[in-house]
Structure formats: C-alpha cells, structure tokens
Write a protein that binds this ligand. Structure first.
Ligand code: HEC
Ligand code: HEC
Length: 306
C-alpha cells in the first residue's frame, strides 16, 4: 500500500535519493583517488591562520573514508530490504501493520494457554486465583477504569463495583450479562407529569425512605404520588428492581446523589446511565471471550473480599 497521493512523488523522491547516494560516492572517489607519489610533499594550501596554522591537502585517512563508504553501503542495503525508495516495498516485504500483526499473534499465542486454563474454570474459582486477578486488574485498567475509576469505586452516574449494592445484580451470570450486552438504565423524566410541587413532595418521600432529613408533610403527600408514578419500577417500598436497573432508594448508596436538589433533578429530567456492551469496550481485541471471563471474575471478586 502506498501513502502517496500522486504517482509523481514516489519518482521524485526516488530520483533525489538515488542521485544523492551516487553523488556522494562520486564525490568521495574524486577526493580520494589522488595518492602522493613517493617523495612528493603534500601541497600547501594558500592560507594560514593564527600565525602558524596551515592547511595541507592530505588524502583523507583510510578508516575515515571507510566509514563514509560504509554509510553508502548501508543506505543501499536498507533501501533494497525495507521500504524507503518511493513505492518500492523492499525485498523483505516489511510493513508496520504486518509487524504489528505478528506481534499481536505472538502475544496471543503466549497468552492462549493461560487464558484457556481460566476458561475451563467458573467465575468464582477464577476470582479466587491471584494470577487471574492480576490479569483482570490490568484488563480493567485498560477497558473499564475511564468510567468506573482505577479502583472500581465509580463516580457520579458510574456505579461503584466494590460494594454489595447492585443495580442489576452481582452474581457471576448477571455480571457476565452486563458486560456482554451492556446496560441502559432508563429513569423517565417525570417533572412535567408531577409539576414542581409534586416533584418536591415525591423527592421528600424518597428522602424519608433512607432516613434522610425531610419534610414530613411533603413526604406524606409524596408517598401517594410515589405509589402511582414510581412504584412500578422502584417497587412500592422503594427497594428497587434489578431487572430494570432501578436503584434501591432505601439504602444509603446513591448513583447520582441523595440531596433534595439532586433527587428533584433526577425526577424532573430523568436519567439514562449507559454501560457499553462488550462489542464496544473490547472491540475486536484478541481473546475477547477470555478477557470478558477474566473481567467478570475480577468484578465479582471485588465485592467478595469485603
Ligand atoms: C463508557 C463508560 C463505561 C465503561 C467503559 C464501562 N462501564 Fe460499566 N457501567 C457504566 C455505567 C454508566 C453503568 C450504570 C448503568 C446504568 O446506570 O444503568 C455501568 C454499570 C456496570 C455494571 C453493573 C453494576 C451494577 O450495580 O449492577 C458492571 C458490573 C460494570 N458496569 C462493569 C464494567 C466493566 C467490567 C467494564 C470494563 C469491561 C465497564 N463496566 C466499562 C459505564 C461504563
Ligand atoms: C420506568 C421505570 C422507572 C420509573 C417509573 C421511575 N424510575 Fe427512578 N429510576 C429508574 C432507573 C432505571 C434508574 C437508574 C437510572 C440510571 O441507571 O441512569 C432510576 C433512578 C432513580 C433515582 C436515582 C437514584 C440514585 O441512586 O441516584 C431516583 C432518586 C429515582 N429514580 C427516583 C424515582 C422517582 C421518585 C420516581 C417517580 C416519580 C421514579 N424514580 C420513577 C427507573 C424508574
């Protein structure tokens, strides 16, 4: 494959390259063929500096010339073997992309047996293996940490994976399903349906669910609205529904935040947290299935330790 956009440039470059190599060789020859005849004195050039610093026309030392010719031989050999001369691909047929592919293949071959061993074990056993956890951690840092943080404790809108609180579930199969298919939590915007007062009331009811400071009268009014508008997903008692990824509102763990203002914002505008599917996060990387297995085990292990 050529990176040149026009057929003229490879020729232009080749002509300049060849001309400079040949030109250098001719120049070196022209400067070195003259040898001193026996008894001949080196010619004194017509200038003298600093009183006694004279310029003699001696032939260049042999070793020095050898180096010069060496660079020419190197240049010719290089241009024959590797790409460099216009469109000529070089005798070895080297390209950066096939060099990269070869490296990937070598790495794959190296890891394949290791991965294959882990593929035979279930998630819980893999999670207990320190070597697997070390690999899982590296994979997590590569593919997941930009959203969940390098310590997997998450951030606003990105769940903490080290606690026992799960949006979708923390058993091995559910974690695998989360990674494979991705997740999209859909909390509808209900601000218009509830109005500002209704939203404030329902938010105070949500505050009361986890024992936060709230206005009792507002919360009581909100309880009815919660049953009508929210219970279908968050359950009547507010403990959430993992099938939908609707968070438990009675615990002290918040995905977006548990202040009155944040809850009002959540209810008014809705939320849509998206966990990308494996096809996106792992792309076309090699050993994709094994990586998913190791990542799921790593995530599973994170919450098992405590
Ligand atoms: C682009 C950001 C992003 C990346 C990359 C990402 N995640 Fe997520 N992940 C999320 C979001 C956002 C959620 C919450 C989805 C929701 O709100 O419904 C989530 C949810 C999860 C859950 C479900 C947690 C629960 O409580 O049920 C798991 C498990 C998970 N991610 C693991 C991973 C792993 C492992 C990787 C790397 C392979 C990864 N994530 C990469 C954004 C990301
Ligand atoms: C269609 C189902 C559905 C309905 C109806 C619904 N929710 Fe949600 N809610 C969700 C989902 C799913 C999420 C998680 C969003 C995400 O993952 O980004 C959520 C998130 C939330 C959060 C954020 C919790 C946190 O940890 O930060 C609050 C608060 C909340 N809902 C309150 C309510 C209230 C109050 C109502 C009723 C007025 C309501 N929801 C109605 C599905 C629903």
């Amino acid at each position: 494959m050529s990176d040149f956009t026009h057929g003229f440039w490879p020729i232009y470059i080749s002509v300049i390259t060849v001309a400079s190599i040949v030109g250098t060789w001719v120049f070196l020859r022209s400067q070195t063929t003259r040898k001193l005849a026996p008894g001949e004195k080196p010619e004194l050039m017509e200038h003298t500096w600093d009183g006694d610093l004279r310029d003699l026309n001696n032939p260049l030392p042999r070793w020095w010339l050898g180096l010069f010719y060496g660079t020419l031989v190197f240049a010719v050999a290089y241009l024959l073997l590797w790409p460099g001369l216009g469109n000529f691909a070089g005798v070895l047929g080297w390209t950066s992309s096939n060099a990269y592919e070869a490296e990937v293949k070598a790495a794959e071959a190296k890891f394949q047996p290791v991965y294959a061993g882990f593929m035979k074990q279930d998630i819980a056993s893999v999670a207990a293996d320190p070597e697997a956890r070390a690999i899982g951690r590296n994979l997590f840092l590569t593919y997941c940490s930009q959203c969940h943080g390098s310590d997997a404790t998450g951030a606003r809108g990105f769940p903490n994976l080290t606690d026992h609180d799960w949006l979708y579930g923390g058993d091995p199969d559910t974690i695998v399903a989360t990674l494979t298919g991705g997740r999209s939590g859909i909390m509808p915007a209900l601000g218009e349906a509830l109005g500002p007062q209704g939203t404030k009331e329902v938010a105070n009811h949500v505050l009361s669910l986890s024992g936060r400071k709230h206005d009792a009268a507002l919360a009581a009014a909100g309880k009815v609205k919660f049953a009508e508008n929210c219970a279908a997903c968050h359950m009547p008692d507010g403990t959430g529904m993992q099938a939908l990824g609707a968070p438990n509102l009675t615990d002290k763990v918040w995905l977006y935040g548990g202040s009155e203002a944040t809850i009002i914002e959540t209810v008014t505008k809705g939320r849509n947290g998206v966990m990308p599917a494996m096809t996106q996060t792992l792309g076309t990387t090699s050993n994709k299935e094994a990586k998913l297995h190791l990542l799921a085990a790593y995530v599973y292990g994170l919450s098992q330790k405590q």
